[in-house]
Each structure stands twice: as structure tokens, then as C-alpha cells.
Ligand binder design. Structure first.
Ligand code: SF4
Length: 330
């Protein structure tokens, strides 16, 4: 089967898999406090269905997987899925993104199942601001989860921090110091228009260059890391004193769509060629109606063939995707 190359010549080998649309925190820029209308259990792909989909995708060249949500640790027996995916021929990289609230107790089983790379979503080390952002009081549990992962040997451990302007400026340097002390990379993510309540506004985006300026002023000089993989979403820097590195996912100010290599499988079995896609294809039906692996492979190829050049956040044509972030997965 031919590799997954789109009409712009981009090779796709990176699959993000959302295993649930539910979450145990309520970040204001993602989910309303009273969120409901989650997918019923029957509409969520089973581990066996996800495994079969990945087996087909791996034969098309997919070799990198990231487990996401909602909050993936809400999915019961997640280590069972991790073990299945880690065993699929061709899969060489398996990672997960979590909010870390359930991580301390889950980390040993995840590690034992074969997971090694983990990103923890954490915007602040300040308890009050954590409560303000997530509408939960779980900062201590998240910090405990990070320490547990470091003790178990997860590597790399990264922190994803969404940078909302006029809110997290006091957290930027403390997070970087936290990372320098622990060998944890902090990834600052520009706020994207993916929230379900239409809160996003360009004035609320703390840009990569703004954050760099704060870190240089408050900590010290930073240098871009040479020879970075252009397909990786983050632009990475290291502190000149050799202690620690930070990354930036600057989707708004420095879009990286030209090198995009990602496709996304939603928890309810739809395949998306872009986080911001306005269309998607239903894989679940094929997984449940007796269709062949060839049929599924064809749908994956069609999805990649239909892929647009990139998001249109910086154009007047921009239309927010019909699904909010928690129903797509990071
Ligand atoms: S916005 Fe879409 S096309 Fe651009 S990098 Fe993200 S997923 Fe890829």
C-alpha cells in the first residue's frame, strides 16, 4: 500500500487517538462547567476496534501514536490498550497527553504496559490560578503524578502549558524553573480557537515571542536547538547555561501546517486530517459493519488525500471546527 502522502507532498505517519471525550477537570478555555452531551459508551470505539484501526494504519506507514482525550486516564483499563498498541508491528513511538489528576496512581501500570513518553497539561503552579483555570482543586495530585513519572523513569516527561494572555504571565518563569530543576521540558502552547464556548480572541493569545522575552528577562538567554525535526509541532530552545529546554507550539503566530504529519481518530470513531478540519470521515461504521481492512485503508488514504494546506486562523475565512477540543483530542 502506498504511504500516506497528501496532495501537498506531506508524509503522514503520526496518529493521535482520542479514547474519551470526558474529562475530570473543566478548563474554561476548553469545556463549559456544566458540560454534558458526552458520547454514550456504545458510540465510543472499543480497545479492539482501536487496535484494528492502528494495525491497518501501521501498514500504511503510521509509526507514531499519541493517546489523548478528553482525559484518557478516565478510560477504564487504559494499560490494556497501551499494551496492545505497543505490540503492533511498525509502531515505534507511543506517547500520551493527560491532565495528570489520576496520574500518580496510574503511572506504574502505564509504565509496565510499555508507555514511556508522557505530556502533562499544566498551565500554572499557583493553586488559586489552577483552580481559576480548571475549576477544580487538584494541583497537588498533578504535581504528585509528575514526580511519580520521573521516579518510574518515564522519559521524556513534558509539561504542556496553555498560555492565555492576562492570566498566566506570572506562571511562565516559575514553570520554566520547575522544568529546569527536574529535567522536564515545558511546552508553551498558544491559545487556539478550539473552545466550545467561543471565548477565543486574538487578544487573549500570549505569543511565543512574548513568552521568550519573559523567560530571557527572568531566567536567562535561550538559544534555538539546531537541526530540529521540521515536522515536530514544537519549536525548541535550550537555556544557554545548559540547564533545561523549553518548547513552543505557536499555531497562531508561527503556524507549522506546511510540515504537518498528523491525523486524528476521535473517541467516537471519526478520522480527521486536521485539528481544525471542517469535515471528517466515519471509521466506526466500517469497523462495525463487516468491512475489510482494505476498506479501512482506503478511507485513511482518502482522508489524507482530502487534507487542506492548513488551518485558516489568520485569515478572514476562518471557521471554528464543529467539534470542541475535548471531542477531538490534543
Ligand atoms: S492546524 Fe491542522 S494542518 Fe496545521 S499543524 Fe495542526 S493539524 Fe496540521
Amino acid at each position: 500500500m502506498p504511504p500516506l502522502v497528501d496532495s501537498f507532498g506531506r508524509l503522514h505517519h503520526n496518529l493521535r487517538i482520542s479514547v474519551t471525550d470526558r474529562c475530570n477537570i473543566r478548563c474554561f478555555y476548553c469545556m463549559p462547567e456544566d458540560a454534558k452531551n458526552f458520547q454514550p459508551r456504545s458510540e465510543i470505539l472499543t480497545f479492539e476496534e482501536i487496535e484494528r484501526f492502528v494495525q491497518v494504519a501501521a501498514r500504511l506507514g503510521v509509526d507514531k501514536l499519541r493517546i489523548t482525550g478528553g482525559e484518557p486516564l478516565l478510560r477504564k483499563d487504559l494499560p490494556v490498550l497501551i499494551r496492545k498498541l505497543a505490540a503492533i508491528p511498525g509502531i515505534r513511538d507511543l506517547a500520551m497527553t493527560t491532565n495528570g489528576v489520576l496520574l500518580a496512581e496510574s503511572a506504574p501500570a502505564l509504565y509496565e504496559a510499555g508507555l514511556r513518553r508522557i505530556n502533562i497539561h499544566l498551565d500554572t503552579l499557583d493553586r488559586e490560578r489552577y483552580r481559576q483555570i480548571t475549576r477544580r482543586d487538584d494541583l497537588d495530585r498533578v504535581l504528585e503524578g509528575i514526580e511519580r513519572c520521573l521516579a518510574l523513569g518515564f522519559h521524556p516527561v513534558k509539561i504542556n502549558a496553555v498560555a492565555v494572555k492576562n492570566l498566566v504571565e506570572p506562571d511562565l518563569a516559575p514553570l520554566a524553573r520547575f522544568g529546569r530543576q527536574r529535567g522536564v521540558e515545558i511546552r508553551y502552547i498558544e491559545f487556539m480557537p478550539l473552545d466550545s464556548q467561543g471565548l477565543w480572541d486574538r487578544d487573549k493569545v500570549l505569543l511565543m515571542d512574548d513568552i521568550l522575552e519573559v523567560l530571557r528577562r527572568e531566567i536567562g538567554p535561550l538559544d534555538p536547538i539546531p537541526d530540529q525535526d521540521p515536522r515536530a509541532p514544537a519549536t525548541e530552545f535550550r537555556f544557554r547555561d545548559g540547564v533545561g529546554r523549553v518548547g513552543f507550539i505557536a499555531s497562531v503566530s508561527k503556524p507549522f501546517c506546511l510540515n504537518c504529519n498528523r491525523i486524528r481518530l476521535t473517541a467516537d470513531g471519526h478520522l480527521r486530517y486536521c485539528l481544525f478540519a471542517l469535515e471528517e470521515r466515519n471509521v466506526k461504521t466500517l469497523l462495525r459493519d463487516g468491512s475489510s481492512d482494505e476498506d479501512i485503508a482506503r478511507l485513511i488514504q482518502e482522508t489524507v488525500q482530502a487534507k487542506w494546506l492548513g488551518h485558516e486562523i489568520n485569515t478572514s475565512r476562518f471557521v471554528p471546527p464543529p467539534r470542541p477540543m475535548y471531542a477531538i483530542g490534543g
